[in-house]
Design a protein around this ligand. Structure first.
Ligand code: SF4
Length: 763
């Protein structure tokens, strides 16, 4: 079927289904419908940023309609369909609150902001500028992310700002920066069907990015093979040609072993490696760290499956590695991503349509949020804050002397440590829910309780806002305009459909008001998001992430613009690295990585691996989706997945309430006994708060380069309630491996017979 670009026409209110079913559109276009307005925008949730129309009537957002766009083609997943319900939700925060006698009570904006500014000025006078911090978010528009970076450095003069993207993508960002000199997916999603083989490493694509799956299915329809590396048999793994049920934390060992097979079998593109990369000799030497048998012991994947995967991947004319949090949430997350990149470079794939590597950015504006200057050591345009030229340029744009610009701060987890030890005395949390999203959250609780004041800006009462001294009500995404940058690097436009309810304000209005009260109003005179955008464009000009040539009008005209876009004449850059990489010499860096075990491995009283992840019906900390009735009805509580063999040994029936413990804490929840997980591994989704938060249990160990926490691997035990608590599951995983229990993994062990691969053309 050919999809008509204009299959939904908001002018005429004609629905595609009615057109094709032959019924009269007039029958459907009644007076009430005609009174509606249709606002083109994009989903508020994940990094795909699917396009949609919001239906607006009498100033209220009342529904959603499909909107065609090159990357989402009119599709929405269950979250996108109900995203609009946030706007009129009864739980919306409608007025500021200040804690008095232990209780949050209503206050005026003037009372709340005066209190905050008074405290900040007193704290900074006594303890210095850095005693106040900003913890920002990446689900906000580029304009707001940019403004928070400027607010921290110019209004507060603090070095301490970081954001929740640190917990999400920072290892992929660090690896791409090192290897390619630029942190962005190299190809747009419509290129995916050009791949002959897609190797998905650590991504539950179908649940986390449902609308992106259409491009993988298109590739498969054209003959592409799919290999999935995951400890769980996720939905995409169930239909893959080859599933590698990896033991959590074994990724570098596996990827290096695949590289060694490519080398031994003569599958390396020597010409490409020679002409376009540096560092191959060191990478080649590191690839032989383990024999295949040792790799099997580390990863739990039988040798024959490793061989099958390597030969399938290595023989493809065009191959794409897609990766996400499964390998990025690791104390060696950067190495994991570099190992993927080494494979793709060795095969000569990066810079080729449909080939290379593709990181799957999680948050709605996870890509743009990490380019706008709200990272600890970053200025707008992906400039480094310790680069003298960058400092001079940005100080000039902001109109301050360069020495006034603070230096680098520290990562989000390290800021929490500084809160816990009293170095940071107050923090403004913008659009983030630390109490659910950071590991080992008993420590987070103590850190937040140390702050005086903790100030939270949000539109729903989050687990973090519950602990705040001041809560400031903000707008949801459809109550403001601006831009986001999706996981492809495509900048899209968010349009305003309604006004914020009650006394709620847009985030940028709150920041500008605070700046004025801090005596820095002259630097924050913005009257609209568009004015912030215009300054942002200048600030990013000449940076790695150059947005200077992108206008709101160009975004509308082109269905999004890919950065870098350095002039208004440029259409942007959908495909990167076709001729050269972003390093000064134009060559990619191949960087050797060696296997290091996870920071905590099972043993003794904690015999299982515990890993965490998402489900399709919830988003991030769940503060939004747990309030949307349909979504929450499908996944109202967390559960722990356990393999039937392990459950049988422990006498745990399906749906029994169990206790899962790690060295940091324990939680009680229902067991889901399922063969879709490794027998030595437990899985708990992370979208829930309070005693249902799995981050009570996770390990706070971080990657040494980018400081991303190791959410995906720690040691755990599971026990029936009422069972003796000490080491109840000790021995439960003995002799349960992928290699010696083939009946537990009744899946493909070799690639299926060759199917013809169609000649592929770009979309
Ligand atoms: Fe929204 Fe992501 Fe679902 Fe698209 S795939 S509708 S962007 S949550």
């Amino acid at each position: 079927m050919t999809i008509n670009k204009d299959f939904f026409d908001p002018e005429r209110s004609i629905n595609y289904d009615l057109q094709t079913s032959g019924r009269s559109p007039e029958a459907w276009t009644d007076a009430a419908r005609a009174a509606e307005r249709f606002v083109p925008t994009h989903c508020s949730f994940c990094g795909v940023q699917c396009a949609m129309y919001l239906r607006v009537k009498d100033g209220q957002v009342i529904g959603v309609e499909p909107r065609n766009y090159p990357h989402s083609r009119g599709s929405l997943c269950p979250k996108g369909v109900v995203a609009y319900q946030q706007a009129n939700h009864p739980d919306r925060l409608r007025y500021p609150m200040v804690r008095r006698n232990g209780t949050l009570v209503r206050a005026s904006w003037d009372e709340a902001l005066s209190f905050v500014v008074g405290r900040w000025q007193a704290i900074q006078a006594e303890h210095g500028k850095d005693a106040v911090a900003i913890y920002s978010g990446s689900s906000m528009t580029n304009e707001k992310c940019y403004l928070m970076g400027k607010f921290a450095r110019v209004a507060l003069g603090t070095r301490y700002i970081d954001y929740n993207g640190r917990l999400c993508m920072s290892s992929a960002a660090g690896a791409y920066e090192k290897a390619f000199g630029l942190d962005r997916a190299a190809i747009p999603m419509p290129d995916i069907p050009l791949a002959d083989v897609i190797l998905v490493v650590g991504s539950n694509v179908a649940e986390c990015f449902p609308v992106a799956m259409q491009w993988i299915w298109r590739a498969r329809d054209r003959g592409a093979r799919i290999i999935v590396v995951d400890p769980r048999e996720t939905p995409i793994a169930r239909t893959a040609d080859l599933w590698l049920p990896i033991r959590p934390g074994g990724d570098v060992a596996l990827l290096n072993a695949i590289l060694k097979i490519l080398i031994d079998d003569g599958m390396v593109d020597e010409k490409y490696v020679r002409e376009r990369t540096n560092g191959w000799d060191d990478v080649r030497a590191a690839a032989g760290q383990f024999s295949l048998e040792e790799t099997e012991r580390i990863t739990g994947i039988p040798v024959h499956r490793i061989l099958a995967a390597a030969r399938l991947y290595g023989s493809a004319r065009t191959s794409l590695i897609m990766h996400a949090r499964g390998i990025e949430h690791s104390s060696h997350g950067v190495d994991n991503c570099l190992a993927c990149i080494n494979l793709a470079l060795a095969r000569g794939q990066v810079g080729k349509p449909g080939g290379g590597t593709m990181m799957l950015t999680g948050q709605g504006n996870g890509q743009g949020g990490r380019e706008m200057g709200q990272k600890a050591a970053q200025l707008p345009g992906y400039r480094h804050i310790d680069d003298p030229d960058a400092r001079r340029y940005i100080a000039g744009v902001w109109g301050i002397p360069e020495p006034e610009l603070p230096g680098a701060g520290v990562s989000a987890p390290d800021m929490v440590r500084l809160m816990a030890n009293g170095t940071i005395k107050s923090c403004l949390v913008m659009c983030s829910n630390l109490m659910v999203s950071l590991p080992d959250n008993a420590v987070v609780e103590r850190a937040l309780d140390n702050l005086d004041p903790l100030v939270v800006v949000d539109f729903f009462m989050s687990e973090t806002a519950e602990r705040a001294d001041v809560v400031l009500p903000s707008a949801v995404w459809c109550e403001d305009e601006g831009t986001t940058t999706n996981l492809e690097g495509r900048v899209v436009r968010i349009n305003q459909a309604a006004e914020p309810p009650g006394e709620a304000r847009r985030d940028w209005e709150i920041a500008c008001d605070l700046a004025r009260r801090l005596g820095r109003g002259e630097f924050f005179t913005f009257q609209s998001a568009r004015e912030i955008w215009d300054e942002l464009r200048v600030a990013t000009k000449g940076g790695i992430a150059d947005y200077s040539g992108i206008t709101y009008e160009k975004i509308d005209a082109q269905d999004g613009v890919f950065w870098p876009c350095a002039s208004e004449d440029s259409e942007g850059t959908p495909r990167l690295f076709t001729e050269r990489f972003a390093h000064a010499d134009g060559r990619a860096r191949m960087i050797p990585v060696t296997y290091r075990p996870p920071a905590e491995t099972p043993g003794g009283d904690f015999p299982f691996y515990l890993t965490t992840g998402r489900v399709v019906y919830q988003y991030l900390s769940g503060n939004q989706t747990r309030r949307l009735a349909f979504l929450n009805s499908q996944a109202p509580d967390p559960w722990v997945e356990i393999h039937p063999t392990a459950a049988g040994r422990l006498g745990i029936p399906n749906e029994d309430v169990v206790r899962v413990r790690t060295p940091r804490g324990a939680m009680e929840l229902r067991a889901l006994v399922t063969p879709t997980i490794r027998p030595d591994t437990l899985f708990i989704p992370f979208h829930y708060g309070h005693r249902q938060a799995v981050n009570q249990l996770t390990n706070a160990a971080v990657d040494p380069m980018v400081r991303i926490p190791e959410f995906k691997c720690c040691a755990a035990t599971i026990e029936k309630l009422g069972a003796p608590s000490a080491a109840a599951s000790k021995g439960a995983t003995e002799n349960l491996t992928a290699a010696n229990a083939p009946a537990i993994f009744p899946y493909q062990v070799a690639p299926p017979a060759a199917r013809p691969v169609e000649e592929r053309t770009a979309h």
